[in-house]
Ligand binder design. Sequence first.
Ligand SMILES: Cc1cc2nc3c(=O)[nH]c(=O)nc-3n(C[C@H](O)[C@H](O)[C@H](O)COP(=O)(O)O)c2cc1C
Ligand SMILES: Nc1ncnc2c1ncn2[C@@H]1O[C@H](COP(=O)(O)OP(=O)(O)O)[C@@H](O)[C@H]1O
Length: 348
Amino acid sequence: MWVASSTASVLRPTTVALGKFDGVHLGHQRVIQPILQPAPNKAGEMEKWGDEANSPQKSVTPQAQELTYSTVVTFRPHPQEFFTGTPRTWLTPLDEKVQQLRSLGVEQLVLLPFDKELSALSPEDFVDKILVQQLQCQRISVGQDFCFGKQRQGTAKDLQLLAANYNIPVTIVPLQTHTDNLSDSGFVSLPPISTSLIRQCLESGDIKSANLCLGRPYTLFGIVIQGQQLGRTIGFPTANLQIPSDKFLPRQGVYAVTVSILSDIPDATTPQLILGVMNIGNRPTVNGTNSSVEVHLFDWSGDLYGQQLAVQIIEFLRPEQKFASLEALKNQIQQDSTIARKILSGEC
Ligand SMILES: Cc1cc2nc3c(=O)[nH]c(=O)nc-3n(C[C@H](O)[C@H](O)[C@H](O)COP(=O)(O)O)c2cc1C
Ligand SMILES: Nc1ncnc2c1ncn2[C@@H]1O[C@H](COP(=O)(O)OP(=O)(O)O)[C@@H](O)[C@H]1O
């Protein structure tokens, strides 16, 4: 997939899905669906992303006039970050977003630099200057709640009307609601799927709902670094993960997880899933000072330092606690592991 961080390096013409797409959740996937084309991948040569210095445009010109690049258009920085000046965390930081979009079959991601100039464009100018002139857009898809242009004045309907002046059809995708039997009391309907709903679910430890909305388990990626080397002394070695600082972390506490060791696995191979338990927290029992993310893998031994792990979060087990002794902590981790094994093997 080709990633363009300025309109100068965009591959055109395009069919465009517009939005922020943080999480690439089931609702986002519905918005992206209409721009995907059944045609074979024109962009086979540009698998590696980001190297705009070696623009691939010359070598991958669409073969026929009607061929377009399926393109997700989003903003960098996040508009909220631009206006508040406060860095934000993401459900899917850029490299995860690229990976998710690529797996959906999207050919190009355009990161429109969100600056004073772009934020001041009227809806009319956004359509004319960005979508028509710069992206040579042939078709557009947006979610029903999409807003654009100066002070978010333009609605999805406005986009449809403005784009019609250029004969560009706009699909407005209704907000998706996830209805499922999430509680013992029967069927519960959740509000429409959204990035903020998923963040709330993760913040409260409601991993099942977050994962249902995402259409996949919420996953943390990180490199294994050294900890205090105490884990091995209580029979529970834990791989401590260095997580990118812009990744949104769920509630502190203990979780049932499945883990893949990503390093050294050829791209096309599906990595083996190893069951385990994870703790996110400050480790008050050992007077920890900083927040850490650590996983213990069941029935596994070896050296993980420097390896990249993907940790899929399956269920919240309990909040972190301060124990009176390492022995008490060890007993609790034993119980956590028994419950996690049952959950992960589908026994409960
Ligand atoms: C499943 C699990 C549950 C944990 N629960 C707690 C806890 O409730 N309180 C706590 O202080 N530390 C908890 N920890 C973190 C341990 O304190 C930590 O793994 C141990 O001190 C070893 O750290 P090290 O990897 O730096 O050697 C937990 C770790 C795991 C794997
Ligand atoms: N089953 C396992 N789960 C997690 N890490 C393991 C396991 N077996 C061996 N290890 C290794 O042990 C290290 C964790 O041991 P630990 O004593 O907790 O040290 P640290 O404090 O440096 O994390 C991991 O980084 C990994 O290299």
